[in-house]
Design a binder for this molecule. Sequence first.
Ligand SMILES: NC(=O)c1ccc[n+]([C@@H]2O[C@H](COP(=O)([O-])OP(=O)(O)OC[C@H]3O[C@@H](n4cnc5c(N)ncnc54)[C@H](OP(=O)(O)O)[C@@H]3O)[C@@H](O)[C@H]2O)c1
Length: 336
Amino acid sequence: MNEIALTVHQTARPQGFPTAEDFTFVESPIPAVPAGGALVENLYWSVDPYHREMMDDVPGGFALGTPLEGRAVGRVIASRTPLLTEGEIVFHRKGWRTHSVVAPEETRRLPRFDGVPLSAYLSILGGTGLTAYVGLTRVARLREGDDLFVSAAGGGVGTATGRFARLLGAGRLVGSTGSAAKAEHLVREVGYDAVFDYHDGPAAELLRKAAPDGIDVFVDNVGGEQLAAAVGALREFGRIVRIGTLSQYNTSLTPPPDFNYADIVEKSIRMEGFLVSNHLELQEELYEFAVPHLQSGRLVPDSTEVDGFEHIVDAFLGMLRGRNTGKIIVRGLTQP
Ligand SMILES: NC(=O)c1ccc[n+]([C@@H]2O[C@H](COP(=O)([O-])OP(=O)(O)OC[C@H]3O[C@@H](n4cnc5c(N)ncnc54)[C@H](OP(=O)(O)O)[C@@H]3O)[C@@H](O)[C@H]2O)c1
């Protein structure tokens, strides 16, 4: 076990894109285990777009000079509660640190499925996969043969959405992403039929070329111009699943997307947003759906794994710049 614990603190409120100077790594002795709690050595960390939103001076946001929080998977290395046993692998939300002191109710014991890597609990079987699953099955209420457009298709939610949509019998699958290499991965590996790079021109034109006959469902991680383009491309009874607004996380508020509001009425379009935290009861259903496919190889988690906790800030900054394909995960050097 390392003798020193490391924790990441935010030291300044970023203006636009954050930089490494907005964070610091704080060294401390390994924390003591309080009565009723346990000490977890973290093995995998998730860094997420919502962390960027929490870095602003907003209600519920991160306080400066205190440890950041985020999803992590780790091993219990010392315990003073009968509810957590040494050696157990748990999920918790006290990430961005090498060691976390947790109470039992702050942790979730992870089931182990043969052939499924631990990192999957932060990607396709975790909040990322659950978001994609809820979006398709509960919000879009996907029907076999539905044609989809997915924005930020190359990220964690976007790749999970594409893979799940294929397994659920979707029709034409169109995506947008930020680079040719990601577009190629999405078509070759994930099962998208056509993917455009949103830097290549006006979104409406690019979408019209990729989906000339229109779409039934738009799974939206981005908002802005791509949302406006999708409203134009949707068919009658189309559904918009609002998941996130990546286009405005690092800018001050962008103007609302400019689209024909009458389209919403005339095409009977339904637009619905959701937070995955309100659908945690579907976690078991996600395991039942996804695990057999993971075990058979029909479903593959897409992730970019960055080695070493000392690179967690770089991993986060890289994710905001689109350097990840699939879910970005930081992997500790100690493995179970
Ligand atoms: N509603 C919920 O409960 C819930 C839960 C989880 C996630 N989310 C949201 O889902 C979205 C995707 O999250 P994720 O974890 O899967 O992240 P991600 O897509 O893996 O990573 C972010 C990606 O966004 C793209 N991006 C960055 N700036 C952009 C911009 N201005 N316009 C378009 N794309 C941009 C980048 O890829 P490119 O190369 O394509 O630019 C980057 O890789 C986020 O909005 C997140 O907040 C919501």
